[in-house]
Design a protein around this ligand. Structure first.
Ligand SMILES: [Zn+2]
Length: 343
């Protein structure tokens, strides 16, 4: 069925749609919607019937449908997971201010400190919005948890101190990696974002997390190498299984969808501390520096000339489009990085 959906142009779309609806399989319904973009409202309602938070999130993230309020109301009335709610707030660009406030208030009510700060940071700093009631709540929270008084003059600095507090880096490399690159000469650099440097480093050195990246670059330009270039990090894996949402044929990068293997083997990955893909000048400089190191490594080790272009320097979303729409985000400065590499 996945092959049929991927090659839907070759089939009678009405028959295919019926077939998909009859399966009652929420994942197939979503993939049909994602690839064909056909009859979105009807398919979305079928998905809502299944009550799958994962795929309801995906619909909201990719499409602004007439029924989006129905989906959001279902989530707000039934879901009590701060992480999930934060991801809805973060992923859905077209939310009305009213819905943003409802989601944030629910996150505050659920009382998970980390997601409250992230949600408020996203609202006040990244979206650059202001709401008096929310500001009062922020004042109360910071006062009770950290005994700090915040005002309109200092709240952005306080946010930065909370989210971006510098911690000392772990020693050496993480064990979260595959040894070597099989028989591949890695030919792609993949750019990622992670909301905060500290949480990325923590996860990449946690042996139970199964994730890592070759490098992480902090907002101040500080670089931490997490995995040796001799090894394959676990940043943008693809699967050979059709049942996986990171199936390799879903990749929009032809270089990835044409290789039936895990993309981690033939890519290098760089994480950047960011919420929306915007990088600081220091980060752009550091990213260019790291890429130059990678290019030199490939020349020294394999006598391979890395091709500096948008097909070979790509975003995580081009490898795993279904699960990683906003990595590295629409504001990521690919053009600037590529032009600086070519100097
Ligand atoms: Zn990513």
């Amino acid at each position: 069925m996945i092959e049929k959906i991927l090659n839907y142009q070759r089939y009678d779309i009405k028959e295919l749609e019926e077939e998909v609806i009859n399966t009652k399989d929420v994942r197939l319904l979503f993939l049909y919607l994602f690839f064909t973009k056909n009859n979105k409202e009807i398919i979305a309602k079928e998905i809502l019937q299944t009550k799958s938070y994962r795929y309801i999130h995906f619909i909201l993230r990719f499409f602004k449908l007439d029924c989006y309020k129905e989906l959001l109301n279902y989530i707000l009335n039934t879901n009590n997971d701060s992480c999930y709610l934060y991801n809805i707030l973060y992923d859905v660009d077209y939310l009305s201010n009213e819905y943003r406030l409802e989601i944030i208030n629910k996150i505050i009510y659920l009382d998970n400190e980390w997601y409250i700060f992230k949600a408020l940071y996203y609202y006040f700093v990244i979206l650059n919005l202001y709401n008096e009631d929310l500001f009062i709540k922020l004042q109360e929270l910071v006062k009770s948890k950290l005994d700090i008084n915040i005002s309109l003059d200092n709240y952005k600095d306080i946010f930065n101190n909370i989210l971006y507090k510098n911690i000392s880096d772990p020693e050496g490399f993480s064990l979260n990696c595959y040894q070597g690159h099989k028989d591949y000469i890695p030919n792609i650099i993949v750019c990622h974002i992670n909301n905060t440097y500290n949480s990325a480093i923590k996860r990449f050195y946690d042996s139970t997390s199964d994730v890592s990246s070759h490098y992480v670059i902090r907002r101040d330009g500080h670089i931490k190498q997490v995995v040796s270039l001799d090894d394959s990090s676990w940043a943008n894996g693809t699967s050979l299984k059709e049942s996986s949402d990171v199936y390799y044929k879903f990749a929009t990068s032809k270089l990835v969808s044409s290789v039936p293997d895990n993309a981690n083997y033939f890519t290098f990955s760089i994480e950047h501390e960011s919420f929306d893909g915007t990088l600081t000048d220091e980060q752009i400089e550091a990213s260019v520096k790291v890429m130059k190191e990678i290019i030199k490594y490939l020349k020294d080790k394999y006598n391979y000339d890395f091709i500096i272009d948008r097909n070979h320097i790509i975003g995580h979303n081009e490898i795993n489009p279904v699960v990683r729409k906003k990595c590295p985000g629409s504001k990521f400065p690919f053009a600037e990085i590529i032009s600086r590499l070519k100097l």
